[in-house]
Design a protein around this ligand. Sequence first.
Ligand SMILES: [Ca+2]
Length: 378
Amino acid sequence: MNRILALALCVLLLSCVRAQDDLPFEVEVLGSFEQPWALAFLPDGRMLVTEKKGNLLLVGQDGQTFGSIGGVPDVDYGRQGGLGDVVLHPDFENNGLVYLSYAEAGIGDTRGAAVGRGVLTLTDGGGSLADFDVIWRQYPKVVGFGHYGHRLLFDDDGYLWITSGDRQKFTPAQDMQSNLGKVLRLHDDGAVPDDNPFVDYDSEDPLVDDDGVYGQIWSLGHRNPLGIATDLSGQLWIVEMGPKHGDELNRIERGGNYGYPIVSNGDHYDGREIPDHDTRPDFNAPAAYWVPAISPGHVMFYSGDMFGDWRGNALAAGLSSKAIIRIEIDGSEAREVERFEMNARIRAIVQGPDGALWVLEDERGDSEGRLLKLTPKG
Ligand SMILES: [Ca+2]
């Protein structure tokens, strides 16, 4: 009876929080990692898992680690930095290309995100990446250890998308001569597509260097976008960490300016207010935002049959909220409809080949960096 009342209340509130003993899925714990960040499925059903200290691991669906992958570049490990995302080239079965993002040391005390690719060869005990080649770097490198962003996505047309965080420097997100605080669209080798929105930016300002990074930019005014995914219609979305509250789900439009740090529905951590989005309708407003914060670490769109009722929904990984957030999308509209309490900071959520959900916890405090497999309760 309590359950029926709770469900009725959920319907009335149009959103609900499911406590851990009331989750609609079984949670299978398959192992744990040291500060895991991302996972990607290989065509053979095994996974590549990244650990922030710089390990790329080959892992089976039973959670067993076969071994590590050699040839991974040196990473600048510390705070939010280290080895980040891992994705496969759309034609991986023929070219073996694996893409990694990571924090890279620069001169002095500077650092910045980089993206590179290498050719993966698997062995019984792991494997190696050959001919690793850096194809993109954050510009400029700056001091500090935060807001790398550096999630990667290949879309259905084969373009490589990179989220680039503002490195906690605020104003670069509006600076067209920096690629910080931006969403970037590149060819698979890092070249700039001719039809990107700002390829002719230099012609508008004679002082702009014609070798600038603006050609890479697809959208700007972002803070720390940690998730990027396309929905079932091919539309691009990101989640980004807001400042003090004001986390955002943004529907990404070509050439769009999402307003950070000029506007945010959150405010600065030192207490200074940032005007809300509704004060500046000239900037793109988020499709959904969260006050209080959920701290989105990743987002995906569900396209499987196993959780058939969730087809087309976005699922966001919540770090501080220790939850998975289910979001319904209707064209350009989005709203949270359900929140599943996971009792751990959730770093990544990926749909497996069978439609199950594969989840990586963060490793921090009482969150143990476990690999979880979620399947519907029978
Ligand atoms: Ca505000």
